[in-house]
Write a protein that binds this ligand. Structure first.
Ligand code: MF3
Ligand code: CO
Ligand code: CO
Length: 269
């Protein structure tokens, strides 16, 4: 099947060529390297605005372009979501306190390809309940990636994530999802982090998309603040998120945003 621009698609989802994987690896690696390099700059007393300024500098140092600056009026090189902020937290003058947990989400463009990834960090000492939330969220993402192979469906991915999270008596956010990407930032499909086996589009080799589950310690409902970006849990419970950009191969999934230093896992190497 071809879309209106003559590109190969399956169920409205772009199918990339084998040669396109290399471009995604380059973009994903830059984004992941930045998430590695920002880790020492997260500490109590640090402002999220300063973290974003450093990220912006790193994007420039890599000769990359920020995908988020100018995206729908967004003005920062990262989203920084602290504690009960679910996603799209706006960096600013507010400083981190001991025990705060935060997601840092970076999207870069390298030679026209998009690399989109996020991880959790902690300022100071990590509480037991926050540690458990972060661990479960990370493992939920990896369970979702395990379900990626040609012939499986997007519903299988969502089901793997949802069942894993709910078995730990935590909840999966419904209001935000992963997305196709490649030479564009957000493209079909919507990658839901909940679902039923066999539902939604069938996965095929060459599909590129993100999986980025948001998990709450309390209820799943969210609301967006008056700034039109910041999404928070309605019940003020803690929320965590991890995100990888991946491509579907004949065998399974190739992760484009693996940490070069092996620091993606929340034990922070
Ligand atoms: N990186 C986010 C995602 O995972 C999108 C951020 S859009 C922004 O899709 F404008 F808020 F930066
Ligand atoms: Co994303
Ligand atoms: Co992202």
């Amino acid at each position: 099947m071809y879309d209106k621009n003559g590109r190969v698609t399956r169920e409205g989802i772009h199918l990339h060529e084998p040669g396109d994987f290399a471009g995604m690896h380059r973009a994903g690696r830059v984004a992941a390297q930045i998430l590695d390099d920002i880790a020492p700059h997260v500490f109590p007393g640090q402002s999220t605005g300063e973290i974003d300024r450093l990220i912006n500098q790193m994007v420039e140092d890599h000769g990359a372009t920020s995908a988020t600056i100018g995206y729908r009026g967004y003005q920062h090189a990262s989203c920084i979501s602290v504690n009960h902020v679910v996603c799209h937290g706006i960096p600013g003058p507010k400083t981190l306190k001991d025990g705060d947990i935060l997601n840092i989400d970076v999207t870069v463009i390298v030679d026209g390809w998009f690399g989109d990834t996020s991880r959790m960090y902690v300022a100071g000492a990590l509480s037991r309940k926050a540690e458990r939330l972060i661990q479960v969220t990370h493992d939920a993402l990896m369970q979702g990636i395990e379900a990626v192979r040609p012939g499986n469906t997007f519903g299988d991915i969502g089901y793997a994530i949802q069942t894993y999270v709910e078995a730990q008596r935590m909840s999966v956010v419904r209001d935000f999802c992963g997305h196709g990407l490649g030479r564009v930032f957000h493209s079909p499909p919507n990658v839901l982090h909940y679902g039923r086996p066999g539902r939604e589009a069938v996965l095929a080799e060459g599909m590129f998309f993100t999986i980025e589950p948001m998990v709450n310690l309390g209820r799943p409902e969210t609301k967006v603040l008056a700034d039109d970006w910041t999404a928070v849990t309605r019940d003020k419970s803690l929320s965590a998120q991890f995100e990888h950009s991946i491509g579907v191969t004949a065998q399974g999934a190739e992760i484009f945003t693996l940490s070069p230093a092996g620091k993606f896992h929340p034990t922070y190497g």
